[in-house]
Design a protein around this ligand. Structure first.
Ligand SMILES: [Zn+2]
Ligand SMILES: [Zn+2]
Length: 227
C-alpha cells in the first residue's frame, strides 16, 4: 500500500501557513509518506499572491510553494504533486488534475461561477473533492454543497476540531455514494508521532497526478484517519 497526503499548504503561497514547501517535503518524508499533493489556497482564497499582478505572474507566484516542495522532494526521494484548494466563500474544493499550464491557458477561470469552473476542471479530466464540508468556523457563514459537481468528499480532516464534522461528512458521502478521502490540511510543523497525519492509502503506486485522479474516479482509495 502507498500513502498519499491529499491536502496541505505552504507558507510561500497560503497566508495562513508557516511551513515552507521544502520543510513540508522533509517532514512528510520523515513521517513515511510516499506522495504529497500540495493544495495551496487558490487565488480566490487566503493567498499571499498579489492579485493586482498580471495573470501569468499570479500563476508563477502561486506555483512557487509546490515547486519548492518538489525540488526538495526530488532530492530526498518523496513524490510531490500539484493540486489546489478553490475557495467558494466558505466552501472549499480540492482540485486535482490541472497544472500550471492549464492555469496559464485559463486566465479567466476566476471570472466565472463555481459550477462553470468545475465543468472546466472536468473537461480537463480533473476531479473535485469537497474538503471538510461540515466544518464550522467564523469564516464559514453558510454550508454549501455541489453534489452534481463533486467527485469525492473528504471525510476525515485533521483540521476539524469536532469529530462530528467528520461523521457528517461521512454521512454526506454515504448518501451520494461518493468516494471518500482524508487529508491533514497541514499548514505548520507537525509534531512527530502526532495524530494529525491523515491521508489515503492506494494499492497502486501514485507517480503522476493522473494516477491519483484515476484512483479517485475508480474509488481505488482508502481514507485513513491518522497513521
Ligand atoms: Zn489555510
Ligand atoms: Zn486546506
Amino acid at each position: 500500500m502507498f500513502l498519499t497526503e491529499t491536502h496541505m499548504h505552504t507558507a510561500e503561497v497560503s497566508a495562513c501557513a508557516s511551513a515552507s514547501g521544502a520543510f513540508q517535503a522533509e517532514q512528510y518524508k520523515a513521517a513515511g509518506y510516499d506522495t504529497i499533493i500540495i493544495t495551496d489556497h487558490f487565488l480566490n482564497g487566503n493567498t499571499t499572491v498579489d492579485r493586482s499582478l498580471p495573470w501569468e505572474q499570479q500563476v508563477e507566484n502561486f506555483c512557487v510553494g509546490y515547486e519548492n516542495a518538489k525540488k526538495r522532494g526530488d532530492e530526498i526521494g518523496l513524490n510531490v504533486l500539484f493540486g489546489l484548494e478553490y475557495a467558494w466563500s466558505g466552501c472549499d474544493l480540492l482540485v486535482y488534475g490541472v497544472d500550471k499550464k492549464w492555469l496559464l491557458d485559463n486566465p479567466n477561470c476566476l471570472n466565472m461561477d463555481v459550477q462553470e469552473f468545475c465543468d472546466r476542471v472536468h473537461i480537463a479530466d480533473g476531479v473535485i473533492v469537497h474538503a471538510h464540508p461540515f466544518r464550522e468556523a467564523n469564516y464559514i457563514r453558510e454550508m454549501k454543497f455541489l453534489p452534481l459537481y463533486t467527485d469525492a468528499v473528504e471525510v476525515y480532516n485533521a483540521g476539524n476540531r469536532m469529530e462530528k464534522w467528520n461523521e457528517r461528512a461521512d454521512w454526506y458521502a454515504e448518501q451520494y455514494g461518493f468516494v471518500k478521502t482524508a487529508g491533514s490540511d497541514c499548514h505548520h510543523a507537525t509534531e512527530k508521532d502526532s495524530e494529525n497525519y491523515f491521508g489515503v492509502y492506494t494499492k497502486n503506486k501514485i507517480v503522476t497526478i493522473e494516477d491519483f485522479v484515476r484512483a479517485i474516479k475508480y474509488g481505488e482509495i482508502e481514507a485513513l484517519k491518522h497513521r
